[in-house]
Design a protein around this ligand. Structure first.
Ligand SMILES: NC(=O)CCC(=O)C(=O)O
Length: 269
């Protein structure tokens, strides 16, 4: 069994304060036995197009990313999907980037592939692509500590069934999406998408959101959720700060895949 903690943190206007707070939340979860920890999308800054460039950090230069450094230091003895933060890439392009660490080592870097561009009258308008560039790679990391492969996407990536299918066919037994849905699409689609990705791929599926901040321009939906490979919701938070802890059993993935052998039956059209 893998004790897993999905952290749903409050976000303030101070990046330094957010980093220190999340560092403490990770330490608490580890003290409670967590071996696998997941953080939300943009866990250290407000999710707002106008604020992306000011908060961007370069990964390529040692010491240039306080977020990278905090995540690396916090991953001692555990596996950590470090939510996401805005990365300034080698050509000054900005990416919404998720770094996964294991015991101080960087396991993988996922740059959000599908950017969140929507226009829902009376609901929400958002255009990530006005400032961010899309990543090009799918990301599956091989965790030695957990003895399994984990597929990583960021938020809007969860809407694309073919992306999740690619992660599963690359060996992932768990699909992890740091995310920050909103009050329009959250109630409509968040739980449905988590269950759909889990059921289609017979994989543990986790969507990890920041808590809702009533004063922020972008109201995150919260509702961090974990679903098992049979499509059953293991647990879901409300919109307040909290930690969702549960046990993940990689053998249960094999069991579900053996009981309902979708891979064997799959036909390509
Ligand atoms: N941060 C995001 O990608 C938000 C995605 C979202 O809210 C959606 O409805 O999709």
């Amino acid at each position: 069994m893998i004790k897993t903690a999905l952290i749903q943190n409050n976000i303030t206007a101070s990046k330094a304060e957010n980093l220190s707070h999340v560092k403490d939340m990770i330490s608490d979860a580890v003290r409670q036995g967590a071996r696998f920890v997941v953080l939300p999308e943009c866990f250290q800054q407000e999710y707002a197009v106008k604020k992306f460039a000011d908060n961007a950090e370069e990964l390529s230069k040692p010491g240039m990313s306080p977020t990278f450094d905090m995540l690396q230091a916090s991953s001692k003895g555990i596996t950590l999907v470090g939510g996401s933060f805005i990365e300034r890439g080698p050509d000054s392009q900005l990416f919404n980037t998720s770094c996964t660490f294991e015991d101080g080592q960087l396991l993988g870097v996922h740059r959000k592939v599908h950017l969140f561009d929507v226009d829902i009258p009376g609901g929400i308008r958002f255009k990530e692509s006005s400032v961010l560039a899309p990543g090009k790679e799918a990301t599956v990391v091989n965790s030695e500590l957990l003895g399994m492969k984990i597929g990583v996407g960021v938020c809007f990536d969860v809407r694309f069934a073919n992306y999740a299918e690619h992660l599963r066919s690359s060996g992932a037994k768990a699909l992890v999406y740091p995310g920050a849905f909103n009050l329009t699409t959250g109630p409509a689609h968040w739980t449905l998408l988590a269950r759909a990705r889990a059921l289609d791929n017979q994989a543990y599926t986790m969507l990890c959101s920041p808590a809702r901040s009533p004063t922020a321009a972008y109201q995150a939906y919260g509702h961090t959720i974990a679903v098992d490979p049979y499509g059953v919701v293991i647990g879901e938070l409300d919109d307040k700060e909290g930690v969702l802890m549960f046990d993940m059993d990689p053998a249960y993935v094999d069991k579900v895949r053996a009981m309902i052998p979708l891979e064997e039956k799959r036909r390509v059209w």
